[in-house]
Design a protein around this ligand. Sequence first.
Ligand code: ADP
Ligand code: S3P
Ligand code: MG
Length: 382
Amino acid sequence: MLSLPPLYPITDASLVEPLSAQIRRLGEAGFPLVQFRGKPLGAKEQWIELRTALAEAAANGGWPMVCVNDRADLALLAAREGLVPWGLHLGQGDLPAAEAKRLPGLAEAHLGASTHEAGEWEAVDAACDHAGVGPFRGTRTKAGHAAPIGLEGLRAGCAALRAQDLAPVAIGGLTLADAAACFEAGAESLAMVGEVHRTDDPAALGWEVQRQRWRVRPPFRRGQGLAIVGGSGAGKTTLGRELARRLALPFHDLDGAIEAREGRPVAAIFSAGGESAFRALESALLPDLLATPAVVALGGGAWESPVNREAVRTAGFAPLWLAEAPARAWVRAGQDPNRPLAQDRAAFMARWAARQPAWSLAPMALAFGHSSRELASALLDW
Ligand SMILES: Nc1ncnc2c1ncn2[C@@H]1O[C@H](COP(=O)(O)OP(=O)(O)O)[C@@H](O)[C@H]1O
Ligand SMILES: O=C(O)C1=C[C@@H](OP(=O)(O)O)[C@@H](O)[C@H](O)C1
Ligand SMILES: [Mg+2]
């Protein structure tokens, strides 16, 4: 099943703040995925805002990922400009997902559907990998919506979607107080419009919703090995060491193991043999670190290799994507002399954007500005 963030914010076109500014602000707050919903604005304004948002995200490591609501035409236009959105969310009356998938540039886009009742829950277009289930309750952000489904409807909808391997997204007037019940009912993610724009601290809201999800569905089992993946400077090594200490498991840093084996720093390995020499060492050493349960922090590029991903999977380790905002990671890792691929900001961001689809295969952990210690506590609070 597709891995989604616990909280999925949606833009609100009734606000004074332009949609592109909302997306930038939510990305900076730490949200990896935001839905661009431009209704009821006209096509011209929606297009300007969408293009601005996607261009800004592209220059910032592909963060946040943007899912376009309704407008396959605008998603297509964006793709034609090389600004392929993360996904496209289609309502019952919009272009069918299977047709949208045929549009040039959108073959890889994540397609979502809106579902409101039995019948729709069981018959989602096979081109989709996630779907909204709602409305949970009546909401003022959407006029003329379907009847509220409540907790029982949500439970039935989520079960039907999960049976089709679709990630269920609860939607419709949700607040923080609903989070635990919605996750218990089977939601993978909570989509919010009102609550996320009402609060003056969306990061705190995102953090609390994430805690609720982890309490209901821990991201790994006790005793199970953990493989932390994500970009350079995300905090993988720091979090990994902290988690291992608390779990009383050994800690291995893949870069550290390589340096110990080679007797020289990462930068020296890169300057002597280039990136390919370093990648060969990563793949050769990783299986040793996965031999017994441990917390393993991978380097920023290690998860790109299908061989390494398979090694983690066959070892029974739980992968965890430490999904940090790349701008924040750059402040920490940028121009570190021992991180050869973190020297030029534009190259760092382009690499981040290219790697994000692979990282996002793993369940994510979001820091929202919290320390590694706080993140470790939240991850183990079950
Ligand atoms: N959650 C965090 N908040 C603030 N600083 C952090 C956090 N996690 C890591 N750091 C700091 O950022 C730098 C990079 O962290 P590191 O663990 O080496 O990242 P990675 O292994 O993902 O490249 C370190 O100086 C570390 O102390
Ligand atoms: O991004 C990358 O490809 C790299 C990241 C580094 O690890 P961190 O993610 O711990 O910085 C290290 O493996 C090497 O410099 C290459
Ligand atoms: Mg590291």
